[in-house]
Design a protein around this ligand. Structure first.
Ligand code: PMP
Length: 447
């Protein structure tokens, strides 16, 4: 039969040209721009299970999964049915709907440290609000973040951030005032000495630390063993809060997110009370629709308006259609789903490692739960932070990406992003990926 991904891409090319005339760079989010991989960005017109189809009719096995939300695959029939049902009852009211509490309960059930949940529409809003809460709760101004961690695009969080800023090699963003930037202290990841030094100097002015539960926006880079514990202990000893950002990892790295993995590895974290104060969620929790959430201890969360003095609001917050998609996704995400995600991740990550090794491409496969990404280059010593991750031989990724795309596999168009599998990746989809890896690895070797 016809090789997947082998048709022309002229329709996508024309759509890209049209979009570029009316949308900056032709995209509504920079990571879609193919800036670092070159070639024609594919305009997607449909998705089903593990596959997506572009505007020219090319089919791809998708390893982007909407950048995480599509845990169950694209257009899962039950999720679509729930969305359709909700839509026929009204697209939104700006009033409370019964399902909001159901979704909050579903989150609390999976992350029991969370006692209260507020629903918002994007991960950016979730982290922005969590930070406001940390400042409101402590009365302190400063925030600590880690280099290479991405928490959305609010002003204070763009310093040395991952995701599109890593791909474009931007240190931050124009349009952020020096005053705002000065409120964020950026520390190298997995570097306890640096973190201690920052607290020694500024401890009584630090409201909190925000950290990805496992970094996955500079490529995948989990916390070193014991780092999360030490980070929380240090923050708490200085009266600062810890915001664990699980927008990407939540309900994906494992059922309980990456925190779930850490708490299983070190059960004393919970019994010792060494726990994050606030969590942020997005992506999977919205089942593919615009929905995100923050949650935490009641004592802190209840500082939010209308109970408390920390203001936050949203016309579309708790939108019934988005809630239906999230609730249905979480309720379907059972043990079998996570078992499948693990199996698919293992199969593809192992195949990837084998293919790169056979082709003689220096690399390392980075893993965090069901998340993984390759890093190209000599990483015989495990990377610890952003500076290490930036040493990647990104030109190899570019060649690798294009070879995969040519063989019908849609990867994140950046060397600094995780690969996302879904529970809908059946054996055939996995086989198609594995078959593409050998030639792509050889393309990376030749680059
Ligand atoms: N935090 C993390 C860890 C993320 O990965 C992202 C998005 N990739 C965000 C926050 C921001 O979420 P959103 O794009 O929905 O604003």
């Amino acid at each position: 039969g016809e090789r997947p991904g082998s048709r022309p891409t002229t329709v996508s090319r024309d759509l890209a040209a049209r979009a570029a005339r009316v949308i900056p760079g032709g995209v509504n989010s920079p990571v879609r721009a193919y800036g670092s991989v070159g070639g024609t960005p594919r305009f997607l017109v449909s998705g089903s299970g593990p596959y997506v189809t572009d505007a020219d009719g090319n089919n791809y096995v998708d390893l982007v999964a909407s950048w995480g939300p599509a845990l169950l695959g694209h257009a899962h029939p039950d999720v679509v049915a729930a969305v359709r049902f909700a839509a026929t009852h009204g697209l939104g009211f700006g009033a409370s709907v019964p399902q909001e509490a159901e979704l909050a309960e579903a989150i609390i059930e999976r992350v029991p440290l969370v006692e209260r949940v507020r629903l918002v529409s994007t991960g950016t809003e979730a982290t922005m609000t969590a930070i406001r809460l940390a400042r409101g709760a402590t009365g302190r101004p400063l925030l600590v973040k880690f280099a290479g961690h991405y928490h959305g695009h609010s002003d204070g969080l763009l310093a040395e951030a991952g995701s599109g800023l890593a791909t474009l090699a931007l240190p931050g963003s124009a349009g952020v005032t020096a005053e705002t930037a000065a409120q964020t202290l950026v520390v190298p990841y997995n570097d306890l000495d640096a973190l201690r030094a920052v607290f020694a100097e500024h401890g009584d002015r630090i409201a909190g630390i925000i950290a990805e539960a496992a970094a996955a926006n500079m490529g995948v880079l989990p916390p070193a063993p014991g780092f999360t514990r030490a980070m929380i202990e240090l923050a708490h000893s200085h009266g600062a809060l810890v915001i664990l950002d699980e927008v990407l990892t939540g309900f994906r790295a494992s059922a309980g997110g990456y925190w779930g993995i850490e708490a299983a590895q070190d059960p004393d974290l919970i019994s010792d009370g060494v726990t994050p104060d606030l969590f942020t969620f997005g992506k999977v929790v919205g089942g593919g629709l615009p929905l995100a959430a923050l949650g935490g201890r009641a004592e802190i969360m209840d500082l939010l308006a209308p109970l408390g003095p920390v203001y936050q609001a949203g016309t579309l917050s708790g939108n019934p259609i988005a809630v239906a998609a999230g609730l249905t996704t979480l309720s379907l995400a059972d043990d079998a789903v996570y078992a499948r995600l693990s199996l698919v991740s293992d199969a593809i990550a192992d195949g990837l490692g084998d293919a790169l090794a056979s082709a003689g491409v220096p690399h390392r496969i980075q893993r965090a739960g069901t998340l993984f990404s390759p890093i190209f280059g000599d990483f015989s010593e495990a990377p610890r932070g952003y500076a290490d991750m930036q040493r990647q031989e990104t030109w190899r990724h570019r060649a690798f990406f294009q070879a995969m795309l040519d063989r019908g596999v849609n990867l994140p168009p950046s060397a600094f992003e995780a690969w996302f599998v879904t529970a809908a990746h059946n054996d055939l989809a996995v086989e198609l990926v594995l078959a593409a890896l050998g030639p792509a690895a050889r393309a990376a070797a030749a680059a």
